[in-house]
Design a protein around this ligand. Sequence first.
Ligand code: SF4
Ligand code: SF4
Length: 396
Amino acid sequence: MTETAYHTDLSRCVRCGACKTLCPTFLTTLNETMGARGRVTLLGELEGDRLSASKNLAEKIFSCMLCEACRNLCPVGINIPEVVYQGRTRLKDSFTKGVLLRTALKYSAARMDTAFSLLRWVQKAIYKPLFHNALLSGMPEIASEPFKNSFQVYRKKKKASRIAIFAGCSVNYFYPGLGIALSRILLSKGYEVVVFRGELCCGAPLRSAGLVDEAVTLAQKNIEHFSKVRAEAIISMCPTCTMVIRDQYPQLAGGTITNLMDIHQFLLTHNIVSGLEINPSVMTYHDPCHLNYGMNIQNEPRQILKGIKGVEFTEMKHAHECCGFAGLFSMHFRSISRDIGKKKIENILDTNADTVVTSCPGCVMQLENLKKTSKAQVNVRHIIEVIDEAMNPAVK
Ligand code: SF4
Ligand code: SF4
């Protein structure tokens, strides 16, 4: 978004309030300044010099979950998440709560392997309170080896075609098993699988921390690296990576990774998920915000689950509502994150499903934590794990 577009958008707001109808931070706190309309108004006041940058103002802008629920609600067409991103670049130095993580991200995002192996050492060896009681509580065990470093190219003699995986940081460093499961699915259907060691963070955490220049650098490098990968499609198990690369790279970096596809659409159009069967299970589905609001994909994951023999599908109330994760938000605004998550776990348990399925590793992390704190008896699974189990039961 250009400076001019930012100023124009801020001046166009007619204060109708349509944007706050789905805003999770507003609906949870019932505080106008913690909602979509409030944030647009505050940023307008900042630009008009009627407010000055302050810690309090910065907290309102950084408490946005960037969930995209408000993106298409504004009758005058203001793209509120984009306005918030712009506001964050201006206010980042006033967001004192975020200094530690912002500094860590700034210096580690281009060297995630080193940063995570150091963090793993800290996690294992010396500072358990950091992970159990403080800023990083809820972080799962960091993998000994990132997924992207352990696999490279799986060749098939007679290949259907070649598919590349954009793993994303959560799969690389927390859930490498998901990457292995996706590779197994593709290989069992005859695809050659490429896992690209040169993959970098998609840039979403940097952008959300107000570090736009650093996010642009990563976007440019990812575009350059992936343009060298010959593949029919590039797919990711993380909807945030997919959405950021597809929708935000063009304006950030002037291009994108062109053959990136949503994973559900890929699996359905390539007929990979038909004729599957699993042990009987009652499943419900939680919509990740960036898949639902960001990419308008709701039917495909449900179609996949309902098509698996043995799955009894039950819809939860408000399946589209956020689980409260939102990356850095859940670290900086823990009590709001927990309150949003509490409603989600209640809605899951009301279904009596034995398993809640979702399509985002970040949501898996949050749902696992909610399950632990509420002692809920429900399995949490990424949709790729369900498909892998149905397709390759011998490995379970
Ligand atoms: S992106 Fe989500 S949290 Fe942020 S203002 Fe919009 S609806 Fe609210
Ligand atoms: S929906 Fe648009 S015009 Fe209405 S309050 Fe929100 S930003 Fe302003």
